[in-house]
Design a protein around this ligand. Structure first.
Ligand SMILES: Cc1cc2nc3c(=O)[nH]c(=O)nc-3n(C[C@H](O)[C@H](O)[C@H](O)COP(=O)(O)O)c2cc1C
Length: 367
């Protein structure tokens, strides 16, 4: 997959997840393979232009963390342009624009000419950025405000005309939030609306089969995975293999999950210091635990760690406690195995809302 001149190593991308898609998580995913492009958390363009410490920390990177996209958030064209110029000079591979809500005003006043005004404004902002840098500028959007205002196809087309190199589409409306099923027909409409740029489908991909289904049903050029990477950091490697061969690799063993969990914490400590890294890890480790089988004993204690020593104690105790659920070969007894993950758009009708992927707390209005 190509974004303008940028050739990506695979068509599998990591979606921005504010509070999670930091350098340690990206490095863990890259070490496991399959990832074509990783994106940072959203970064306020003005804070970046003003070189605020928090903004600079969000874009902290290393040579192994390439190719890297930075997602910018902002509505002042000059700030967005200057931030893009600065990022290009810093070696970033592409810049993504958060369009979580580019058409909010439009939908409030009922579309029509207001929509075109807003589209025009957005296109000018994009053109200002595109003309100022050589690296690709991409955009990430939802399908629209609600089912009566599916504006993404029109927006994507206008952005393509303004020079955008690719669009990422989360196949839900703003009204849906994170509930209900991802609308594959909605993503397909965006694919059909653009001329040549890649459209990357996003939403609820937790298995390689779900990635295959999204590509087949929408015609999207690539897919982007957010929460599925929490559950399963191996998802990019497994999906790449499955798309190429049709063969499903076996799920990682418990020992492999623990190895990667430890590696993740090690990197958190390296990048954020031991105290802060461990505090941040309190919200990360429970996601890994969702695939451990019974794990309440782990989750209850890991959310209190303040040091690597605390973590080791919690883990050692948990490994002993978990023995009661294992058979003689050291595998989880069948009744304790976690249920297979199934994407919302692959569930029978009516099941999706009960089986949805949890959404961590945060500013959903910007996602
Ligand atoms: C905790 C969290 C943080 C998010 N942060 C961002 C963000 O910074 N920028 C953005 O465009 N989308 C953000 N999103 C939306 C995701 O990128 C993605 O579009 C959405 O989660 C659907 O994909 P998934 O089902 O694979 O997670 C966030 C979602 C979650 C759950």
């Amino acid at each position: 997959m190509r974004f303008g001149q940028l050739l990506l190593p695979s068509n599998l991308c990591l979606s921005p997840l504010a509070g999670y898609t930091n350098l340690p998580f990206r490095l863990v995913l890259r070490e496991l393979g399959g990832l074509g492009l990783a994106t940072t958390d959203l970064v306020n363009a003005r804070s970046l232009v003003e070189q605020r410490r928090a903004a600079l920390k969000l874009i902290e990177t290393r040579p192994a963390d390439q190719p890297l996209a930075v997602q910018l958030f902002g509505s002042v064209p000059e700030e967005m342009r200057d931030a893009a110029v600065w990022l290009e000079a810093a070696g970033v591979a592409s810049v993504d624009i958060n369009m979580g809500c580019p058409v909010r005003k439009v939908c409030r006043v009922g579309g029509g000419s207001a929509m075109m005004t807003e589209l025009g404004k957005t296109s000018r902002l994009v053109a200002g950025m595109v003309n100022a840098v050589r690296i690709p500028i991409t955009a990430k959007m939802r399908l629209g405000w609600d089912d009566d205002n599916l504006t993404a196809p029109e927006l994507a087309r206008a952005l393509e005309d303004a020079g955008i190199a690719a669009v990422f589409v989360h196949g839900r409306t703003r009204e849906q939030g994170f509930s209900g099923a991802v609308n594959l027909a909605g993503i397909r409409a965006v694919v059909q609306a653009v001329n040549a740029i890649p459209v990357i489908g996003n939403g609820d991909i937790t298995t390689p089969q779900a990635a295959r289904r999204m590509i087949d049903d929408t015609g999207c050029a690539g897919i982007s995975i957010g929460r599925g990477a929490f559950y399963n950091p191996w998802i990019f490697h497994h999906t790449r293999h499955y798309l190429a061969t049709g063969e499903l690799l076996t799920e990682p063993s418990f020992d492999e999950r623990i190895r990667v969990l430890r590696r993740h914490l090690e990197l958190m400590i390296e990048v954020f210091t031991e105290a802060h890294g461990c505090r941040m890890f309190r919200k990360v480790a429970p996601w890994y635990a969702k695939r451990f089988g019974p794990a309440n004993e782990f989750t209850r204690h890991v959310v209190q760690i303040s040091s690597l020593a605390d973590f080791n104690t919690v883990l050692d105790r948990y490994v002993l406690w978990r023995h009661q659920f294992l058979d003689e070969r050291g595998e989880l007894k069948p009744k304790f195995r976690p249920a297979p993950l199934v994407a919302s758009f692959m569930q029978p009708p009516g099941v999706a809302s009960r089986e949805h992927i949890p959404v961590p707390k945060g500013p959903v209005e910007a996602w």
